[in-house]
Write a protein that binds this ligand. Sequence first.
Ligand code: COA
Length: 260
Amino acid sequence: MDFENILIEQKDYLAKVVINRPKKLNALNKATIEELHSAFQKLEEDASVKVILLTGSGEKAFVAGADISEFAHFSVDEGSKLAAKGQELLFNFVENLETPVIALVNGFALGGGLELAMSCHFRIASDNARMGLPETSLGVIPGYGGTQRLPLLIGKGKAMELIMTAGMINAEEAKEYGLVNYVVSQEELTSLGEKIASKIIRNSSVAIGKAIKAVNSGFKEGVNGYESEIKEFGDCFATNDFKEGTTAFLEKRKPNFPNN
Ligand code: COA
């Protein structure tokens, strides 16, 4: 995979995707969104990838937002298309992947950057991270799912305040709010991501994919999460992973999942 704006490292069932525009604090321009889409698509299809870590290059930013220089002159129609295309190609796409994606928030995660981190299945931050949705300070609102995902993660009142004030919270506040699961030093961020990934990798990828679907169902308009859980649960019984997991338990040995 050859990209201009992102880097990908792969080893031992783990892929690390690094957004690599450090001079622009990894701001998401159109090209980067398209590259991320095709990278995530390929990694999802790659059976040797069981967890994806997503981070920003440099020590300052995860992603400082959508690239303001690209949309400053947009019309109503272009603005709507920007949000719709971005949500389709990246934000909803990442959320609905069956391969777990963990955001390693290594610095500023603002606007589209926080929206991207929130699209990931969960988040870990370094202690220098700063998070917020500053769009109203630019005369616009979050358009990559921020008005929907932030209230789900931290509650409506706190989300309203963050959006209205266009303020930033630090990593400890983000942990207190439930926006990130852990806060560690920048040096420890990748190793904690890898440690958690190694625990996920031991389990059935097929079951994890179905669990992601069932959890996400509860947050989708017109979808009954409990019904989705019943369907995904039932489907597990047709998988070789289920056979292996239950057989290994009964034989008192560790499972060796075929991942199908
Ligand atoms: N879009 C485009 N370019 C961006 C950007 C964004 N969202 N965020 C940062 N950059 C660029 C800056 O324009 C600057 O480029 P330049 O060196 O060519 O002038 C470079 O990244 C470094 O940013 P700078 O502002 O000089 O760094 P700083 O340390 O002084 O401030 C921030 C850091 C994150 C507070 C500041 O960059 C910022 O407020 N960014 C915009 C955040 C935002 O509103 N995001 C939501 C967008 S919808």
